[in-house]
Structure formats: C-alpha cells, structure tokens
Design a protein around this ligand. Structure first.
Ligand code: F6P
Length: 575
C-alpha cells in the first residue's frame, strides 16, 4: 500500500454544506431558467468534440462551489497526476493504473509525464507502441488478405472470445463503429460459458475463413478458456468435415497457428494453449480489464476498422485525457459530471443512473459502462481497508433512445425515484435517410429522419426538466379526475452530450469521459476503483460446486440445504 489514508469526504466543510443544502432541497428548474438568462451558457462546457450541457441538472452556483471545494479537499487533481505518472494507486493489487498511457501519441510533444517515462523499470511508451505496431501489422495482413487460413483463403470473420473487459469494450466499439468496418470482414463476439453462445456465434461460419482471437488478460478465465477449447474443437471438426484437415497432431497444430491468435498479459499460458507466441499480442498488469478496450484487447476491432481509424480512436481518448489533466476544475467536464453524480447519489438519494444514447450504433454503450462503473466503484471499503463513510457506486443502466421512451421512461418521468440521466447524441448520422412519403400528419414528405430522432432527444430532456403543471393539463380540457395522472413534476436531472458525428475519435472521447467520471467519484469516496475482488467468491464457488452439479452424491450432500435441493431438482430435470 503506497497511498496514505483517504480524506474522509464527510468530514469536510464542503460535504456538510452540501448536506445542509440537500436538507429540504426543492429544485426549481423552471424558476432557475426564468431567473437566469445565462444558465444554459453558464453550465455548458466543451471537452474535445463533446459539448456537454449540465444546465438541466439540479445544480446551482452554491452547490457547484461546494462540489468543487470537495474535489479540492480530496485532491482529485493530485490523484489524477499520480495515476498518469504510474504511482501504484491500485493499492490492493499494488499496481500502477496506466490506461491513459495506452493512447499517448507516438511522437507527441509536451506529454505529461514526458515521453519515455519509466514505471517499475518499464519504458511504458516504447512497449505500448511496439505492441500497437505489431497489432497494426497483423491487422493489415488480415485486411489485405496476406494472412490466410490454413487452406489459403482470406479471413472473412473474426471471432473474439473473451468476457468482461475482454468482450464488452470490443463489442461495444465494433457496434459503435460499424460504418467504418471494412466490407468483407465481420466480427462476432463469444463471451458466455452458456454453450449456446459459442454454438450460435460459430453457426454458419466457414472454418477456412474464420479467425479466432482469444482475449483474456489473465488467460485463466474459465469462460474464455472453455470457449476457446470449444472453438478449437469446432475448427478441427469443421475443417475435417470439408476434407481439408489431416488426422494428425501436426495438421491440427498447423490449423490452430493460422486460425487462432491471442491477446493477454500471460503469454506463457497462451503458448501452453497451443497458440504461437508470434501470434500473441501482449499488454500489462497496469491495464485493468475494464480499462483495456484501447489496448491489444481491441485487436478484433483494429482488424475490422483498420489501423488509421484505430489511431483516430486513440487520439479521441487522448484529447479527453488532456482535457482532464489541464482544464480548470470549474470547466473540467469529467470532474463536473463526476461531482454531480456524487451530489445526486450522496445527497439527493439517487441510486441509479440512466445512460440514454440517441444513437443506435451505441446500443451496447450502457452494457459497457455497467462494467466500467460498477466493477470500479461498487466497493464498501476504502483504499486503506477502512469502511467507506458514504454510499458508493451507482447502478448504471440504459438503452438507446427512442426505444427506451416506449419502455421505461415512464418511471423516470413520473415515478417516485430520482434517476439522473445522460442523454448522448450526434448531429450527423452515418446514414441520413429521408422519409419520402411522410404521413400527412406532421411528418412531411422528404422529412429528414435524423431530425425527427433528435426532436425526441430535445423533447425528452425538456419534459424531464420542466414537466407539465396541473394548470397546463387542465388548459388542455382534461377532466379533473385525470389531471393528477397527467401532471409531470419536472426537475428530473439530465446531462446532454452532443458530438458532431459518431467518429472513431468521438467514441474514444466518450469512453475516456466516463473512465474519468468513475475516477472522480472513486476519489471522492476514497476507494480503489481499479480492483475487483468482489467477483472472486462466485468464481471459486462455481468450481467447488461443479462436482455436485455433475451428479456427485457426496459433493451434493455437502451443500447448504437450499443449494442442495435446487441442484437435486436440476438433476431431476436434466435429461
Ligand atoms: O471477473 C471479472 C474480471 O476479472 C474482469 O475484471 C475482467 O474484465 C474479466 O474478468 C475477464 O478477465 P480476463 O480478461 O482475465 O479473462
């Protein structure tokens, strides 16, 4: 443990002031906007290409001043500087936390820390760029057709096998950047140990044109290694079935060499699996799994979108890293958003946080953020081992708009819970389709559909902020008994994030933004946002329970009574 005990945020004057403000707090977004013509301007900020409007949040100058003071009291800036310099701020694993180093430009001037900095004896920049160059060279070979399968055919499908950070990041980015995917190359993602996953994802594939990427930081994850073995067996069986694989170990080894590559920090284990270390791409223990999408873990995406787009993606991250490092606290977007989340969570009682991208290509973004935010900040002890002094973590969830509008927005608008929501949209869609016909009832012939889409984005944040009063409902001629049901209280906080287009850079910017929001919240709460001990117990128990589930009577007998009867029922049902 190299870090000193965290500041207890609840002992600061800022925290006490915020608690006093929260006591009897009665937000009034209608009034606040009416009284302050500059409110939107005052609370709209820029981070790289992201325009972020916090004005529809439940924030006032007094609240903001205290939140900013809190950030100073817990030294958010100092801890961020320590993180990017390679201090072991992941104290429970005694590791540096250097995902920001994954996207430092190769030839950048004026980098902080300076180019060539050494951490624990490692030249970080040199290693990052050597690996990136190796990934780029491999991706170019696959994309050009120089890399072929064992029968000489070019690769058409890349199947990433990984879970958690070795899956959620790549699949989210692949989906987000679909318009950038090279024609003739498709990526699929296998994660679940449910055998139906690997079955479905290999269904219909041509073994001669399929490349598997086994992505696992530890190369010890049960799901991934099981799926990798299943995929290897599938490859051998399918190649044999079409008569292109001899029945020899040598031939099987040759097939694996051409159809399997790996990404891991444990290259010895990669070799033991039978993958040529030449075809393995490394990363390092200072990259957390959920912070690893911009490491070699993204190899499937590099193949799909190409090195040039990947460089742009990394540049997007770096732009927001630089914003986080250099922008003054009062205009620092990740700091402001992280602090607002603390305000909602610790003072206004919010328990969950919706992320609502008005961009269908971001349909996996909330799932990705769930690991990033909840595995990072779902903690009950602080980095010195003492109990936390406040609630931590937020339950992140969401779906793209407008789909969510027709599903769960009702609860956000009129339910009893406070659910802060981030609305994310881009101005220019990849495919700007027009509705040639229209409907003659508001949708004109030739209507730009993105305009309709964005009208929903703006309408929702407006409705959530300003609601609809009983008098406004009455004025529409609603009968009195129904007026309460049709009233909207308003004062539901939202943050609006707008970008020019969903480019590789913008996707990188969005990810970095949320990484740093997580960091800010974790720092306030005094927790190590970079370990994940909470997932270990279930993993251990799954292995211990397997014999009982397989039917071993003695193992079944040793279970607690609930597990025993459930497993017995399962065994009875299982044919
Ligand atoms: O179980 C949690 C976890 O350790 C995540 O943090 C990680 O992203 C995931 O498992 C996969 O781990 P690996 O990349 O080592 O297979």
């Amino acid at each position: 443990m190299t870090e000193s005990a965290p500041v207890d945020p609840t002992t600061t004057d800022a925290w006490k002031n915020l608690a006093a403000i929260a006591d009897g707090f009665s937000p009034d977004l209608r009034g606040w906007f009416a009284d302050d013509a500059l409110r939107a301007e005052r609370y709209t900020f820029q981070a790289a290409d992201l325009t972020v409007d916090l004005s529809k949040g439940l924030v006032t100058e007094e609240i903001l001043a205290n939140l900013l003071q809190l950030a100073k009291d817990v030294d958010v800036s100092g801890r961020y500087a320590a993180m990017i310099a390679g201090q072991h701020i992941n104290v429970t694993e005694d590791r540096a936390v250097l995902h920001t180093a994954l996207r430092r430009p190769k030839d950048g001037e004026g980098l902080v820390p300076p180019k060539g900095f050494i951490v624990d004896g490692q030249d970080i920049d040199a290693d990052v760029h050597a690996t990136l160059d190796k990934v780029y060279a491999f991706a170019d070979k696959v994309r050009s057709g120089e890399w072929t399968g064992v029968t000489g055919k070019r690769i058409e499908t890349v199947v990433n096998i990984g879970i958690g950070g070795s899956d959620l990041g790549p699949v989210m980015v692949y989906e987000a950047l679909k318009p950038y995917v090279q024609a003739g190359i498709e990526a699929r993602f296998v994660s679940n140990i449910d055998p139906n996953d690997v079955y479905e994802k290999t269904a219909g594939l041509d073994p001669e044109t399929t490349l598997f990427i086994v992505a696992s930081k530890t190369f010890g994850t049960l799901e991934t290694l099981t799926n990798a073995r299943l995929a290897r067996e599938w490859l051998w069986a399918e190649l044999s079935a079409v008569g292109v694989l001899e029945d020899t170990d040598e031939a099987r080894k040759g097939a694996v060499a051409k159809h399997f590559v790996a990404v891991s920090t444990a290259l010895d284990k990669v070799e033991a699996f039978g993958i040529d270390p030449e075809n393995a791409f490394g990363f390092w223990d200072w990259v957390g799994g959920r912070y690893s999408v911009d490491s070699a873990i993204g190899t499937s995406v590099v193949i799909a979108i190409g090195p040039d787009n990947w460089r742009e993606f990394l540049a997007g991250f770096h732009a927001v890293d630089e914003h986080m490092r250099t922008a003054a606290l009062h205009e620092n977007v990740p700091v402001l958003m992280g602090l607002l989340n603390v305000w909602y969570t610790n003072f206004l009682g919010a328990q969950s946080h919706a992320v609502l991208p008005y961009a269908q290509y971001l349909h996996r973004f909330a799932a990705y953020l769930q690991q990033l935010t909840m595995e990072s900040n779902g903690k009950s002890v602080r980095w010195d081992g003492s109990p936390v002094t406040s609630d931590t973590g937020e339950i992140f969830w969401g779906e793209p708009g407008t789909n969510g509008q027709h599903a769960f927005y009702q609860l956000i608008h009129q339910g009893t819970r406070l659910i802060p929501a981030d609305f994310i949209a881009v101005a220019n869609p990849a495919h700007p389709l027009k509705d040639a016909t229209g409907d003659g009832a508001g949708v004109e012939p030739g209507q730009d559909v993105h305009t309709l889409f964005m009208a929903n984005f703006f309408a929702q944040t407006k409705a959530l902020a300003f609601g609809k009063t009983a008098d406004e409902v009455r004025a529409e001629g609603t009968k009195e008994s129904v007026v309460p049901a049709r009233e909207f209280a308003g004062n539901k906080p939202t943050t609006s994030i707008l970008a020019p287009a969903l480019t590789p850079s913008v996707v990188g910017q969005l990810i970095a933004l949320y990484e740093h929001i997580v960091f800010v919240e974790g720092t306030v709460w005094g927790i190590d946002s970079f370990d994940q001990w909470g997932v270990e117990l279930g993993k251990q128990l799954a292995l211990q329970i397997t014999p009982a589930v397989a039917g071993d009577a003695a193992a079944l007998e040793s279970q607690d009574s609930s597990s025993k009867s459930l497993i017995a029922k399962y065994l009875e049902l299982r044919k």
